[in-house]
Design a protein around this ligand. Structure first.
Ligand code: GLC
Length: 734
């Protein structure tokens, strides 16, 4: 039997190799028939609003972004296939970031599910919907590690942890690209923004990022390496410079690391006009120079800078770039188009376009994802609320169908959004008093009627947070308090003497310690998408039980950022000794505050740590056992434990394995996530669980600038979050 499977496996490998070599032959043949002008045309990507039939027929465009109308896509393709000299089809692209028409929670919310399989399903659904309109390339997954919630784009990634971001990114690549890229319902993935964009100084978008190479290699590069190794077809260069070199012109990054060290040979596209921005960076003297630097760095396709289309021929004539460089780039572009089946099948079936949009299966997956992405931050008995009761529903996000979809939601139709107000009406008698029209609204004139309204209700459910426009690209905030008069609204609501439930919808962690303190329960929903309202209503009623876990730390104050759990210990770790401002006596002695690492006005740690999230039930972690406490580099550490649902609700839990390398050749994080999985347990049920961790995964980029495993003392925790659990010691011996 085994022999049969072996032969089958070999046959598949042989078939895929044949397919690849068949495609390589076709690419070589086509390339040999192309003029220089036609080759450069393939390296040019234009927005749909900037393209016309003349440019397409002349072979001056290789890819078009932002056309999502099947008829218009086919019309463009018809010109490319029938009127251009060689009939090379266009590659149509779109930012399909967290769903196409059926919108899933923003990626930060999807990360909070700690459920890669569900995230993969969401990406697959996005590909099915978008490709039916002719979109065959998405600019996703966004893999930027983010440790600063002031940065609006924290919404688009998977948070602060490299391991979680690796798994979520790989899940999205699998979902988008499917098991056969040539099928018409797939999209090429794009690992972006390569690299270090999330470290933009001050959390201000597009700003410089200064990242020591060891931190780059231990934190920011791993998710991209994982995406490259899992077959992501394309990469996108980031707007920022890393240590003074803009990514779009960074040959070390693109050629030495991505293509050289990782052996990845996919297609690299710039971000929007990021080649042109090399001039503003002060890295290129003009657009011709920018084109040369980008091509020399290894960029294959120029998005909307007109750098390649208007300068490469000149640069060839001047001998400043080589024909071979252009051939390499065009080969990658053509290869991708062949792999996507565009030469055999350039047109989209217009009769099928959109036929699966918002279908029950897609909406159900979006609902499930919204349920699993919601994080219960506090619950002092207020949740769940028995159905049939009377709820006073307030706040600017209670019935905000567009804002609920979150940032980067070009194609989601708010008409399909199920808002909390609409969904709660299915289970409760609802009194609705918005009180504020939108998150930045300062009009408090309705507040006085709150008390009267509350007197008729069993509980108040207040929906707060951010409008979608306050989240995402170019939407950074220096202050992360609730906008407008939302905080005052919480004060008013808290004074009504009824159970107060806060539901926050935002694209980032907000600093809401006081508001949470005034609530009896707080549920945090990172802009939850089309089915967010249904999910929230089911969580409030107890039909669903909260299980989301924070993919980022929540700060007490924006001043604490950058803030992350997998931090170095420092030489003065805070030992919980926090003499805060109002505790410091007058004329206190210079060293009386303890000389430890903390803020006098914000303390030390986060308000909530990575992995934090409550349930309606409780879980116990017991009988943790290590297979060995002295391990060799070739060993696999097995960590066994029992997880028990000690409460009265069936629910999911996400046990996590954290490891600390106690002493290293460079300072090491106090904890690093190494394993997790989502487990469903009935009330009272226990399950034996095993994490397996190959010791070699404890290697890191150390003092000798090599990835190496270092022997010595280690600690591990099996816990629900980065602040809990009992430490277990083990050693790695050489
Ligand atoms: C934007 C973003 C990038 C996006 C691209 C195309 O500016 O930085 O994430 O994919 O342009 O829309």
């Amino acid at each position: 039997m085994k022999f049969k499977y072996l032969m089958l496996g070999l046959a598949c490998v042989a078939l895929s190799c044949t397919k690849t070599s068949e495609i390589d032959r076709k690419v070589d043949d086509l390339l040999s028939r192309m003029t220089l002008e036609e080759k450069i045309g393939q390296m040019n990507q234009l927005d749909y609003g900037s393209v016309n039939d003349g440019l397409i027929a002349a072979g001056k465009v290789g890819s078009v972004l932002n056309c999502v109308d099947a008829q218009k896509v086919n019309a463009m393709q018809k010109v490319a296939v029938e009127q251009s000299r060689l009939g090379i089809p266009l590659l149509v692209a779109r930012d399909v970031i967290h769903g196409f028409h059926t919108i899933f929670p923003i990626p930060l919310g999807q990360a909070a599910t700690f459920d890669p399989a569900l995230v993969e399903q969401g990406a697959r659904i996005a590909a099915v919907e978008a490709s039916s309109y002719g979109v065959r390339w998405t600019f996703s997954p966004m893999l930027d590690i983010a440790r600063d919630a002031r940065w609006g784009r924290i919404a688009e990634g998977s948070g602060e942890d490299p391991y979680l971001t690796c798994l979520m990114g790989q899940a999205m690549v699998r979902g988008y690209q499917g098991d056969d890229l040539s099928k018409p319902n797939t999209m090429a993935a794009c690992a972006k923004h390569f690299v270090g964009y999330g470290a933009s100084e001050g959390g201000r978008d597009y700003n410089t990022a200064n990242i020591p190479e060891r931190v780059l290699r231990n934190v920011y590069l791993p998710p991209f390496e994982a995406a490259a190794k899992s077959g992501a077809c394309t990469f996108m260069t980031s707007f920022n410079d890393v240590n003074g070199v803009p990514s779009t012109g960074n040959r070390w990054l693109l050629d030495d690391v991505l293509r050289g060290e990782w052996g990845w040979d996919g297609m690299i596209v710039t971000d929007w006009n990021s080649a042109g921005e090399l001039i503003a960076h002060g890295f290129a003297s003009n657009l011709e120079h920018a084109a040369q630097l980008s091509l020399d760095a290894g960029v294959d396709m120029d998005m909307m800078a007109y750098a390649y289309i208007s300068n490469l021929e000149k640069l060839i004539e001047k001998g400043e770039v080589k024909q071979a460089q252009i051939d390499k780039a065009v080969r990658r572009i053509l290869k991708l188009k062949f792999e996507l089946g565009l030469f055999d099948n350039p047109y989209v079936d217009e009769s099928f376009a959109g036929s699966l949009d918002y279908c029950p299966e897609h909406l159900e997956a979006a609902r499930k994802c919204a349920v699993e992405s919601a994080v219960l931050l506090k619950n002092e008995g207020a949740l769940p609320i028995g159905e049939g009761k009377t709820l006073l529903v307030c706040g600017p996000l209670a019935d905000a169908p567009a804002d609920q979809l979150g940032t980067w939601c070009f194609d989601g139709n708010p008409e399909y959004t199920l808002t909390p107000l609409q969904a709660l009406r299915k289970y409760y008698k609802v009194l609705y008093e918005p009180m504020l029209a939108y998150s930045r609204d300062n009009n408090v004139s309705a507040f006085p009627k709150l008390r009267t309204a509350a007197s008729k209700a069993d509980a108040i459910v207040l929906f707060l947070g951010e409008e979608a426009i306050l989240s995402g690209e170019a939407h950074c905030l220096a202050d992360l308090h609730l906008q407008g008069a939302q905080s005052e609204l919480v004060d008013y609501a808290a004074a009504c003497g009824k159970p107060l439930v806060l539901v926050v919808m935002a694209g980032r962690p907000l600093t809401i310690e006081e508001e949470i303190g005034l609530s009896d329960a707080t549920l945090y929903c990172f802009h939850p998408g089309t089915m967010g309202g249904q999910a929230i209503a089911e969580l409030i009623s107890g039909r669903e039980v909260p299980s989301g876990k924070l993919p980022v730390c929540f700060a007490r104050s924006a001043g604490q950022y950058p803030l992350y759990y997998n931090r170095p210990n420092t030489g003065r770790p805070n030992t919980g000794h926090e003499l805060l401002l109002d505790q410091i006596p007058l004329n206190a002695g210079q060293t009386s505050t303890g000389c430890q690492s903390y803020y006098l006005d914000a303390g030390y740690g986060p308000l909530y740590t990575f992995g934090y999230g409550l349930s309606y039930t409780t879980f116990d972690y017991a009988n943790v056992k290590l297979s060995k406490t002295e391990l060799k580099p070739s060993d696999v550490l097995k960590v066994d434990f029992d997880l028990i649902n000690t409460g009265s609700y069936d629910a999911d839990e996400v046990p996590m394995l954290f490891v600390q390398d106690v002493t290293g050749s460079i300072v090491r994080p106090v904890k690093e996530l190494k394993r997790f999985n989502r487990v469903h347990l009935k009330a009272g049920q226990s399950q034996h669980i095993r994490f397996e961790l190959p010791v070699k995964e404890l290697a890191f980029y150390g003092i000798n600038d090599k990835f190496a495993l270092e022997s010595g003392e280690f600690r591990l925790w099996v816990a629900p979050d980065a602040a809990s659990g009992e430490a277990f010691n083990f050693k790695v011996i050489k």
